[in-house]
Design a protein around this ligand. Structure first.
Ligand code: SF4
Length: 247
């Protein structure tokens, strides 16, 4: 279940260079326009059931609500909207709201007064792409009062030493870059990240190889339809080099 209360974004670091996410709503709302969408109130929309004569929420309980995947929840332009978004999130403790950010330094802006050590139903992932962004964002991130934390390496652009930042992290998820302009993702970086996570007892997922994948020193172009499958198959790795599909 997706919820895009607003849409539009702009680059904040190297990983954003070829971002296509914020263009997904561009036909409807304009490219790069940061605007509230017509589904702003989606989590608290209700529907009347004439037979049972009851009114219930349109989004049923227990759903995971993937929030702000075509934007960033912590955009400056959304500071006022976020106040209402938090109110809706608080009103629906029966849903899990999950979002990612490359702007974790803005976490405290418009945070509700009753946040304390975090809402149980909110998962906030910190997205980084190289050592520089990891060192800039993660020391703050791990210190913040968030109940469920995960690190997203998207797109993964270099080897990264995460070992100082894994305390209190539930999962680490790594993605190679997709698209025609994609930069290389190297399998050696993935192996190293997996080892770091194992040492810290943190779950690691290699989610996607991306388009340009260096495997055992050799650069391979991976069919977009195979990027997730190959990444999944590599752990535990029984896949031989020959089994990687070239396009
Ligand atoms: S912050 Fe996220 S959505 Fe915004 S430009 Fe960067 S990668 Fe894209």
């Amino acid at each position: 279940m997706a919820w895009e209360p607003w849409t539009g974004c702009y680059p904040v670091s190297e990983g954003c260079k070829y971002c296509y996410y914020y263009g997904l709503y561009s036909k409807r709302y304009g490219q790069n326009n940061i605007v509230r969408t017509d589904e702003f109130y989606k989590p608290i929309e209700t529907v009347f059931m004439p037979r049972k004569k009851i009114t219930k929420y349109r989004i049923e309980s227990s759903k995971i609500v993937y929030t702000c995947f075509t934007t960033d929840f912590f955009l400056t332009e959304a500071d006022d909207w976020r106040i209402e978004a938090w109110q809706m999130i608080r009103k629906r403790p029966d849903l899990t709201f999950l979002f990612l950010t490359k702007r974790i330094e803005r976490f405290n802006v418009s945070l509700p007064d009753d946040w304390k050590d975090g809402y149980d139903n909110v998962w906030i992932g910190c997205s980084v792409e190289n050592q520089e962004t990891a060192d800039a964002r993660l020391p703050l991130y791990i210190s913040l009062p968030i109940k469920h934390k995960f690190i997203v390496l998207s797109p993964l652009l270099s080897s990264i030493d995460l070992s100082s930042y894994l305390h209190g992290i539930d999962t680490v998820r790594a993605y190679g870059e997709s698209g025609k302009e994609a930069r290389v993702c190297d399998f050696d970086w993935i192996i190293d990240l997996k080892k770091q996570c194992e040492a810290a007892n943190v779950q690691f997922y290699f989610v996607s190889t991306g388009m340009n994948f260096r495997y055992k020193g050799e650069l391979k172009k991976i069919n977009p339809y195979m990027q997730r499958k190959i990444a999944k198959d590599l752990f535990p790795s029984n896949l031989s080099e020959d089994e990687i599909v070239l396009v």
